[in-house]
Every structure is written in structure tokens, then in C-alpha cells.
Design a protein around this ligand. Sequence first.
Ligand code: AMP
Length: 218
Amino acid sequence: MQIVLLGAPGSGKGTQSQLLVKTYGVPQISTGDLLRAAVACGSALGLRAKAAMDAGHLVDDAVVLGMIRERLAEADAVNGFILDGFPRNIVQADALGKLLDDVGKPLQGVVLMRLDLGVLFKRLTGRRNCQDCGRVFNIITSPPGTPPSCTICADMPRLEQRPDDREEVIGKRLEVYEAQTKPLIEYYQGKGLLRVVDADAPMAVVFANIQRALLIAS
Ligand code: AMP
């Protein structure tokens, strides 16, 4: 399985990627996660990326493409992958196409997770991560217990908000999506790869829709 999950920030790409990983045993490759890991370990790449990320801008194509090239060459990606948050613009999509053509593993599908702007905004402003287990909660739509606590580490409730989920940055990220990532819809439509899924539904329903869109069974 070689697929891309496309959609605005907050459309549920990460959550659905996790379900795909569990069901099909291929890795989720999230450029956002790779970049956050680089920031957390204080690498030179992370330092270069941090300012752009905190401001809601895209990180340099060269940085992201270098990272993706390395990640796709790892052993666990041999039998396929789910790309989450990549590509984010036409330059990246062209580079990905060339990379996959070179190894004879073209994309099999691009799933667009469609969601209204208002719903996206609510999902992003409410998103919180458990600092201990990484689990994602939403204080508006899927809150942990009251007072807010992580159900996995209930006695150590330490929820945090991603710096780029702050209200003032979300607007920028959605703007960047509209200007740079949305053109990929037409791009992949032209290649006959685009499948559109309604992402404003319970997690399991969205997952079933993705499976149907890709004509795959669990
Ligand atoms: P995400 O977790 O996918 O929402 O990404 C968080 C942030 O990481 C984005 O707002 C960008 O600053 C950066 N980022 C993630 N993926 C990419 C990409 N493919 N190209 C450029 N920047 C990216």
C-alpha cells in the first residue's frame, strides 16, 4: 500500500493513519512528526525547522524532501507506507512522484479528507496531547475525564497544546493549506489518483469510507 492522506490540518489524517497502520501493517510517515522529533532532539535540522513551524509556515522543501528520502529508504517502508502531511505543495508532489518512479513503486491512491473550515478550527483549538503517552485528546469534542486527565496515565495528567495549535497560528496554517496544499487536489485528480472522503463523521465511519475509497478490505 502506497498512499497519501491529504487534508487540512485537523482533518484527522493522523488518527486515520494510525488505524491504517494497525490494519495493514505499513508505517505512517508523517513529516510533521519527523520535524517535531528533530526539534525535540535539538538537531541542526530541527533548529532550522522550528521557527517556520511555530509561525504556521511550511518548512523548506529541501529540508522536508531530504528527510522523506531517508525515511522512505528505511526497511519498514519496503512494503508500503501511508504519507501523512506530505506532500504539502506541488514541488514536493513532483519530487515524490520522481522518487517513487525511480524505485518502481508509484502511488496507489490519494485520499482527500474533506471537512468544513469551522469544524477544522474547533478541532485544532481543542487538540491536546498527553505529554506522557502522546495520546491525542480534544477538550471540545473528545475530552478526557474531568478534571482533564489522560486515561492511560490517569494519576499523571499532563496535557499540552502544540505551539502551532494556538489560535493565532491556526489561521496561518489554514491559509497556507488553501494557498499551497489545496492545489494538490486538482494535481492528483489529473493523475486519476484522488479519492474524496467525508471526514466529518465518527472515526470508525471515516475509516470504513477510506477503505471503501481505496477498494481495500481489512
Ligand atoms: P502537521 O503535524 O502535519 O500539521 O505539521 C506541523 C508543521 O510541520 C506544519 O505546520 C509545517 O510547519 C511543518 N510541516 C509538516 N509537514 C510539512 C511538509 N510536508 N512541508 C513543509 N512543512 C511541513
